[in-house]
Design a protein around this ligand. Structure first.
Ligand SMILES: Cc1cc2nc3c(=O)[nH]c(=O)nc-3n(C[C@H](O)[C@H](O)[C@H](O)COP(=O)(O)OP(=O)(O)OC[C@H]3O[C@@H](n4cnc5c(N)ncnc54)[C@H](O)[C@@H]3O)c2cc1C
Length: 482
């Protein structure tokens, strides 16, 4: 089939009879329910967008020649990484970076996974079948243009004992086998995009200890697999609101769901790891983390650029050229430029991995972005709030603007500086409030703080695993004369 259109994507969602609840209600058709339809349409527009910008977003499948989304590509050169970058930028622009889980996010992880079947196979090729299943699945993901969600985090029960895992009777684990497949039971957080996905996957995140074989599992299954249930968080979609009033929350509530596996049978050909702790813990060697951070940093850059544009427009509309505001705008510009430079450097320093010829961006400029962006995004929201002040709330609605009695008064008393009309001013400040003050805004900043785990954990990982301490140590030794 190859890359789908938005219409084909929506038809696929309608065919999948998933067990999903939003605000107490089980939703049958996620494309038409008012709490979900806005985001479904935005995602459909992303599928159309890949055709609109086909030169950047699509690439021929190396085996079949059919056009697939470029996020599935396993690059073989720096030029292909550049091409992919252009495609990822185009896709992120479709939601101005506000939807973190457009399907390219998971596509990039799976292209990283599939670039290294030798990692999945493990020592002595003992997981050869699981590795082959993974490679076949990645091809299907690309050729059927599947929208994929995922859960990798165990539910919190008791932080004193959760990390021990062995014996945990809450998180997902293997509880049996049948002729049809592996039987799994337990909960998992947090499937962003669940209402808008065709399939879901479970794969390794944090390392697990020896003896945790039942927890060492990886697989992918369709969302309508019996026993699979999703409890969405409260809807933040602006149901029934005019797009002018809620320009972001009417479109971009991608949802997040707690995932319950109630004795789910995972067909054997969908099992990638079955009880092998060593293979499970080795999956980061596939390079998927670089791919993930490449996509997430590209998406975040678009969001930062959008925020910079929005904050600048706000300041101009109220004639705010004060040193304080200019400094804060400059602060966002710094975040934009550092993020852009990190991406550019990662591409410039892209490398070929010797065993298999797969190319990856350099992960070193990207590693710090996982911690920094989790701190910068909340700061950007604070800056927009500080620039906006009360202006974020003196924003007539579409109906107030259309009211014949009110409109002349609004035009007279709520216009902005330099001939900014009341309507234009309201549009921009309503957008700003939807960006920093609405329910969707709150969820957006929770997302930025945690979706790649917290800044705190990422800083620790930076120090313990990623940072090169050789030269820093040499400098200290040299000045000490050691
Ligand atoms: C909006 C949203 C969407 C998400 N979507 C998905 C998804 O699609 N799929 C998925 O699998 N997961 C998803 N997640 C889950 C996400 O992966 C986790 O939230 C993340 O890994 C952090 O785990 P946690 O929430 O348990 O917080 P923790 O990591 O436990 O952190 C909680 C607090 O404790 C602190 N802390 C914890 N451990 C340490 C430590 N060792 N040192 C110092 N401080 C520490 C943190 O700094 C933080 O302040 C999503 C989360 C959110 C909020």
């Amino acid at each position: 089939m190859g890359a789908r259109t938005g219409k084909q994507y929506l038809e696929g969602l309608q065919r999948t009879r998933r067990a999903i609840w939003v605000d107490g209600e089980r939703i049958e058709d996620v494309t038409r329910h008012p709490k979900l339809s806005g985001a479904a349409e935005s995602l459909a527009a992303i599928f159309d967008r890949q055709h609109e910008f086909a030169e950047d977003c699509l690439v021929p499948d190396r085996e079949t020649g059919e056009l697939i989304n470029i996020s599935h590509l396993i690059p073989r050169s720096r030029d292909e990484i550049r091409h992919r970058h252009r495609g990822l930028v185009r896709l992120s622009e479709g939601t101005v970076g506000l939807m973190g889980r457009t399907p390219d996010y998971m596509n990039m992880k799976f292209s990283g996974f599939a670039s290294a079947p030798w990692v999945w196979a493990g020592a002595d090729n003992r997981n050869e079948v699981g590795a082959a299943n993974l490679v076949d699945y990645q091809k299907r993901l690309a050729r059927d243009d599947i929208s994929l969600t995922h859960t990798i985090i165990q539910p919190t029960v008791d932080k004193r004992t959760d990390t021990a895992i062995v014996g945990n009777q809450v998180t997902i684990r293997k509880v049996g086998e049948s002729a049809e497949g592996m039987i799994v039971r337990g909960g998992r957080v947090l499937a962003t995009l669940a209402p808008f996905a065709d399939e879901t996957t479970v794969y390794p995140a944090l390392p697990i200890p020896p003896g945790a074989e039942d927890y060492a599992i990886a697989f992918a299954i369709p969302l309508d697999t019996p026993g699979l249930k999703f409890l969405c968080r409260d809807s933040l979609s602006a149901v029934g609101a005019d797009g002018f009033d809620k320009p972001l929350s009417s479109r971009f509530d991608e949802q997040d769901a707690f995932c319950l596996f109630d004795d789910v049978v995972v067909p054997w050909d969908r099992v990638f790891i079955n009880g092998d702790v060593e293979v499970y813990n080795s999956i980061p060697q596939t390079g998927f983390v670089i791919n993930m951070t490449t996509q997430s940093t590209t998406r975040a850059l678009t969001k930062l650029q959008f925020a910079y544009g929005l904050a600048t427009r706000m300041a101009e509309m109220i004639g705010d050229y004060s040193p304080a505001t200019t400094e804060m705008l400059g602060e966002i510009a710094c975040y934009v430029e550092v993020t852009r430079s990190a991406l550019e450097l990662s591409i410039e320093q892209a490398f070929e991995r010797p065993p298999d010829g797969a190319w990856f961006p350099d992960g070193r400029p990207l590693d710090p972005m996982r911690a920094l962006l989790a701190m910068w995004m909340p700061r950007v929201a604070e800056i927009i709030t500080l620039i906006g002040g009360h202006n974020l709330l003196t924003t007539p609605t579409r109906r107030q603007l259309d009211d014949e009695e009110l409109r002349p008064l609004i035009d007279e008393m709520l216009h902005g500086a330099d001939a900014t009309s009341a309507e234009a001013r309201s549009a921009v400040f309503r957008m700003a409030w939807d960006f920093v003050g609405s329910g969707l805004a709150g969820r957006g900043f929770l997302y930025e703080r945690f979706y790649l785990t917290s800044a705190s954990r990422n800083k620790q990982m930076m120090h313990n695993l990623a940072a090169d301490r050789t030269r820093p140590a040499e400098l200290v030794d040299r000045i000490l004369g050691l």
